[in-house]
Design a protein around this ligand. Structure first.
Ligand SMILES: [Zn+2]
Length: 263
């Protein structure tokens, strides 16, 4: 299996990253995608990919981590920094795309500013012909609108997809897979699970969002890639026409189809 979204670059993994990776391997999770959040963390992702052949990463600015001083004039230098980091990354192993980018309407950052930075990062991904990992919160309309307006055609993953089948279908038509994680282990995740049943596992990838989004029964604990099996078990129960092995294979193949650098 592949954990298509785990923030192994965060400080809470510093002390035991080797054990975290070993526990994942022991649970048949063999590869990890570390989404980028901001330049100081990008450096750690590059280092992890050099240290562990199972680790791959994307580079980008995550809406949670925008500088407090973010304004319209910040965008150009931020994009220059991102492009320089990608130029460097493509000479080494591990870089697979742009992300985690997005629009989050629960944050206080101005929506027009978020949209400009999202568009600018989509443009970077288009220039380098890489897929993107997209973060959404109360923002499906804006994200779908921007993907269409910018004619983004590199595809990628809608991280932590939540929503109905109609929204899922719109993302799929735009060339995206849906990231499926801990949400569906909770009763409140039934709407999202219904959407997945509707569109089919062939449009999904597995993810944990470690260290966040703990699975049901593990609340209050640090989440880690080894627990992705909890998601797999729920999907197995919800998709009677597919075996566990098929779900593993289909979702892993989807990640490899999106991130073609994965071996
Ligand atoms: Zn994330």
């Amino acid at each position: 299996m592949i954990d298509s979204h785990c923030h192994l670059d965060l400080a809470c993994f510093d002390n035991d990253i080797e054990q975290v990776i070993q526990r994942a391997l022991d649970n048949d999770v063999h590869q990890f995608i570390i989404p980028g959040i901001e330049p100081e963390h990008w450096v750690k992702s590059v280092r992890l990919a050099a240290q562990f052949p199972q680790c791959y990463y994307t580079l980008g600015y995550h809406p949670f981590f925008y500088p407090r001083t973010l304004n319209a004039a910040s965008i150009e230098p931020m994009i220059t920094t991102l492009a320089a980091a990608i130029d460097q990354a493509i000479t080494q192993r591990g870089f697979v795309g742009v992300g985690e980018i997005g629009i989050d309407r629960t944050l206080s950052t101005d929506l027009p500013l978020q949209i400009d930075l999202f568009d600018a990062q989509l443009h970077v991904a288009k220039t380098y012909r890489t897929p993107v990992i997209i973060h959404h919160r109360k923002s499906h309309d804006q994200i779908i609108g921007r993907l269409k307006a910018t004619q983004f055609d590199q595809g990628g993953i809608i991280h932590a997809f939540s929503g109905n089948a109609e929204i899922a279908r719109q993302y799929i038509d735009l060339g995206f897979c849906l990231g499926v994680g801990g949400t569906i282990t909770y009763p409140r995740g039934h709407k999202t699970l219904n959407a997945i049943q509707h569109v089919g596992i062939e449009h999904c990838v597995l993810e944990t969002d470690s260290p966040d989004m703990p699975m049901l029964g593990r609340q209050g604990q640090r989440n880690e890639p080894a627990y992705i099996r909890d998601v797999l078990d729920i999907l197995d129960g919800a998709l009677p026409d597919s075996t566990v092995n098929e779900i593993e294979l289909i979702t892993s193949n989807n990640v490899r189809r999106i991130f073609t650098q994965l071996q």
